[in-house]
Design a protein around this ligand. Sequence first.
Ligand SMILES: [Mg+2]
Length: 252
Amino acid sequence: MLDSPVESAPFHPRVRSYVILSHSDTVYQPTHPDAIIESVMAKTLIQCDFDDTVTYKDISFLLLDAFAGVEWREHLEKYQEGKLTVGEFNRLSFSMVKAGRQEMLDYIRDRVRLRPGFQEFAQFCREKGFRLVIVSNGLDFYIEEILKGLGLKDIEHHAAETQFNPGGFKVRYVGADGTVLDRDFKLSWVKKFLNEGYRVVYIGDGNSDFVPAQQCHFIFATASLLRHCQRDGIACTPFADFNDIIKEMELW
Ligand SMILES: [Mg+2]
């Protein structure tokens, strides 16, 4: 969810060819030929956004439109203007929702449209030995339900934690290091995966993907993320659906 604004974070030199580069503390530099072999042998991890990437709609927005009244869009405007962090936006907006978990899941059941090829892509990753991880600014309970409905409940996923209480629910982000964050949630996971030595491939669509994607070895981009990359001259591969990504990665 939440395609704006572009989250702020220090930019690092961009890596466009994982074959000739290695990294140290997320800063990439050309390296010795021995390290080239090491880099080629590195395990591949795919960090994939969820809302508007796996799905065609932002499910959080769908829920807020249905259950929060119109006022939440004022918070959205402030978020888009950079006056609220994503964590603040979530807390304010979802505090307006009084519906329960099941009511919300029932609501989205027939409204979720998936970008074609995602199930095939998950299978493709299994066959190739690629670690597929969904990292989303969306909410865990609907992501889990949608994955379960696809027969993909075992896919690793990290998203906003939702805690349901009798009077409503709370939302918070817990970063890769276990600390509660208000921003840069996706970036925290990219950094963790890079530090673990993975060749990280990023798949995303939105403004909030721009900073984390730039840290990765390879970017598949659509919509706002694609426009940002093209504007700033960041190398990326456009995609319309996951079949496009499979076709590209089959060659790896
Ligand atoms: Mg998205």
